[in-house]
Design a protein around this ligand. Sequence first.
Ligand code: THU
Length: 126
Amino acid sequence: MDTNELLSHAIKARRNSYSPYSNFSVGAAVYACGKIYEGCNIENASYGLTMCAERVAIFKAVSDGCRKIEKIAIFASSMPYPCGACLQVMEEFCSEDCEVIIATPEKMEKYKLKDLLPHPFSKDAL
Ligand code: THU
């Protein structure tokens, strides 16, 4: 999957962000099973119920039956490094060499999931 194409889906998804409390809009797109799933962050007046853009996109893929994510792009106005909860969810559903693209209008960085979460808690431990 081409990085710029996946990123363009994250940019598009960000338009639907519901973020009236933080005013920080995030868009994400994941490539899984030959398809692209988009997500945006969705906040709530009960702040702790907020859902990050990455998890929305991942859960859309998983609920569609796709459990092997190969690439993720995340876009915001400042670098949206994924939070710990999103990294743990990525660990569950991403392939071993899954790429994570993090970008703003000014810059883009590319990581492997294992660079961002080097010592994950995984189902192998259970
Ligand atoms: N957020 C994301 O959606 N993804 C990230 O990678 C970082 C944070 C959201 C959650 C919340 O709606 C807002 O950004 C501020 O934390």
